[in-house]
Design a protein around this ligand. Structure first.
Ligand SMILES: [Zn+2]
Length: 248
């Protein structure tokens, strides 16, 4: 078993926010679109004696962003709510709003690094407490929390930090937590072909805690189990125990 615990807030220690959606792209790092990393990590480079390292650039085509139009719309939105923008403090708010949402919704690329599982490692690899920040697509308010992501390796092993990258790949965009959970699991299942994948997300939705029912402190938990983590109760129990959750 390998367990990693993420304790730093999101945005520190090099976690690269990325984005959500089904139209991400993956290319070998040597591809023309892999600028910036391709020289250092060409796909399929053999490092050391026994380990083949494969680096694939993961990117998602950025949707069109019109910052000026967003700022204008933010000003109209705030004005429609009766907020007077003609003060020193509020004058820059539409611009700040527009930039804040661009940041929350814009993907960033990363290198998906995998290694041959030459030694046949067949125990659970789990990253616990990966920080999540996303935006509820129904209210466009943030939801924040943690993800626990694990897999039972097949032929390939993922670079350890990449589990956090994959979570952020899908977190940065308009989301619902159930979809986010499934997307992370499905993506790992497709990309890595592991024997099993487990993803649990615990998050607080500001649209639920600050408005509506105002259930302050309530956290929503979602999970997706695939492969042997779904089929084998012992593996599933181990996953939940290592994630610090009560097994189902
Ligand atoms: Zn919401």
């Amino acid at each position: 078993m390998v367990a990693i615990e993420f304790v730093r807030p999101c945005g520190q220690d090099g976690f690269t926010p990325t984005s959500v959606g089904g139209n991400w792209e993956s290319r070998p790092a040597g591809d023309a679109c892999g600028a910036g990393h391709s020289q250092r990590s060409p796909a399929g480079v053999r490092r050391g004696v026994d380990v083949t390292v494969t680096a694939t650039r993961i990117s998602r085509p950025a949707p069109g962003r019109d910052l000026a139009a967003a700022e204008e719309a933010a000003a109209a939105f705030l004005t429609a709510l009766g907020i007077d923008l003609d003060t020193d403090s509020l004058a820059g708010t539409p611009r700040r709003m527009a930039r804040a949402y661009v940041e929350l919704l814009t993907p960033r690329d990363f290198q998906l690094t995998t290694f041959d599982n030459d030694e046949g490692y067949d125990e659970l690899v789990l990253a616990r407490g990966i920080p999540i920040r996303s935006v509820c697509e129904h209210h466009l308010l943030p939801f924040v929390g943690v993800a626990h992501v694990g897999y039972l390796p097949g032929d390939r092993i993922l670079g350890l930090s990449k589990l956090a990258r994959v979570v952020e790949l899908f977190a940065h965009g308009p989301q619902v937590q159930e979809r986010l959970t499934k997307q992370v699991a499905d993506w790992l299942h497709t990309q890595l072909r592991p024997k099993g994948v487990g993803v649990v997300i615990e998050a607080e939705h500001l649209c639920m805690t600050l408005r509506g029912v105002q259930a302050a402190g309530a956290r929503t938990i979602t999970s997706t189990m695939l492969g042997s983590l779904r089929a084998d109760p012992r593996s599933r129990t181990e996953f939940f125990a290592l994630a610090g959750l009560t097994p189902r």
